[in-house]
Write a protein that binds this ligand. Structure first.
Ligand code: NAI
Ligand code: MG
Length: 392
């Protein structure tokens, strides 16, 4: 039997992850779940939100299901350390970023697929006095480990760094700015990682029958880094004659996705641009309650909803948050490990619940979340899960 590392983390992560496991079990997926410590509690007690024992569990079992974590700014984090750990030099580091880096989970996949009948779906005027609802089915491949979020940045860059930058002719425009008044964030992209994410995008398009792969960058301005994406994409595209390669600029893409989102299939971007377009597309198919993701490396893969720990809802009993993003992330896990039939079964059950429209969490009703959401007809988290299970 397969073993899955369950990493609920903080806040609503602890609520939605058990719901996903309930659905997996009801779909007939038999696995053993081992609990991995991760999150704020372990930062406070041990000065490490990602303990070594959790890393070892993932090294051993390879597949993780992750809920969400709470993170806070550095200085606030230190204040919440246990008294005996204060002033010992502990520095807070996001455990999910830590996982991505430690296991080189460089391929991030974020599908944004509309379910028929979801009241949150994108609609537009049809030109005949009515509305139409284009079928959005976009899958974003986001490079997950480098680029703009590589973490190589300075406020008041040290002299060596400043001197190195001064070798670039464009630095002339900053000649009179003292280093103390300067902040620098870098965007480093590498051939190997770029090839890997672009190839992963084409492979996915090929496997699931998408007609196009769109490289979404900004090569007219970011000539070097976006330029590398486009160049490598053109090379790789030659190996996939049945799939069109398109390229768009990130800014224009944000406009196109609110005009004709149905045009796009697989998209691929560097880390920050991938973050931006995946949130953009997620907004067209229901937002955070529906946004799922996979972080995939050569050895290890971790599946997680895009949302965070939503602290304002963590204490609510019964819970009102939407478990679908977490459940869809678990479905991506099934796809990844070759359990396609069970994955499809769960996807179909979710689609039926949404199409039937009887059971809706508060976010699907455009009402404010809170204890009284239920009074206005919102389903609880558990009721949504039960409804999905009833269609399995
Ligand atoms: P968030 O995603 O936790 O919540 C934003 C808002 O989205 C919530 O207040 C709620 O209205 C809604 N929401 C989120 N998940 C939902 C669900 N399943 N169903 C219905 N509504 C939902 O982001 P926020 O408030 O910016 O951050 C809260 C904490 O989560 C912070 O400590 C942040 O650092 C952390 N975070 C963690 C992430 C992760 O674990 N990967 C990602 C994003 C934030
Ligand atoms: Mg984001």
């Amino acid at each position: 039997m397969r073993t899955i590392v369950s990493l609920p983390g903080d806040g609503i992560g602890k609520t939605v992850l058990p719901e996903a496991i309930r659905v997996l079990e009801a779909a007939g997926f038999n696995a053993e779940y081992v609990h991995g410590d991760i999150g704020w509690e372990f930062w406070q007690k041990e000065g490490n939100a990602l303990p070594q024992r959790t890393i070892e569990l993932l090294e051993k079992h390879k597949i993780g299901l992750f809920g969400a974590i709470t993170s806070k700014p550095k200085d606030d984090a230190v204040k919440e350390l246990a008294p005996e750990l204060q002033d010992k030099g502990f520095v807070y580091f996001s455990p999910i970023v830590g996982l991505r880096q430690h296991f080189n989970l460089d391929i991030c996949i974020r599908p944004c697929q509309a379910f028929t009948g979801n009241p949150l779906n994108f609609i537009r005027k049809d030109g005949k006095g009515g509305f139409e609802e284009p079928k959005v089915d976009a899958v974003i491949f986001r490079q997950n480990t480098e680029g703009m979020y590589g973490g190589i940045e300075w406020t008041n860059p040290p002299k060596q760094v400043r001197d190195a930058f001064e070798t670039h002719p464009k630095m002339k425009s900053f000649a009179n700015v003292p280093s103390e008044e300067m902040a620098i964030s870098t965007r480093i992209v590498t051939k190997n990682a770029t090839e890997r994410i672009i190839r992963a995008a084409f492979e996915y398009a090929n496997k699931f029958g998408y007609k196009s792969v769109t490289v979404c960058e900004k090569p007219n301005v970011l000539r070097e880094t976006s330029g590398m994406y486009l160049k490598i994409a053109k090379q790789i595209a030659k190996e996939y004659p049945g799939i069109d390669l398109w390229d768009t600029n990130i800014d224009a893409q944000m406009m196109w996705l609110t005009k004709n989102p149905e045009t796009y299939g697989v998209l691929v971007s560097e880390n920050m641009f991938g973050d931006i377009i995946s949130d953009g597309f997620a907004g067209l198919v229901g937002g955070l309650g529906f946004a799922c993701s996979a972080n995939i490396g050569d050895e290890v893969a971790v599946f997680e909803p895009t949302h965070g720990s939503a602290p304002k809802y963590e204490e609510l009993n019964p819970s009102i948050v939407n478990p679908i993003a977490m459940i869809l992330s678990a479905v991506m896990m099934l796809d990844h490990i070759g359990e396609k039939e069970k994955a499809d079964k769960i996807r179909t059950a979710i689609a039926k619940v949404i199409e039937e429209g009887k059971v809706k969490t508060y976010d699907m009703m455009k009402i404010r979340g809170g204890a009284d959401s239920i009074k206005y007809g919102a389903a609880t988290t558990q009721q949504m899960t039960d409804a999905i299970i009833s269609f399995l």
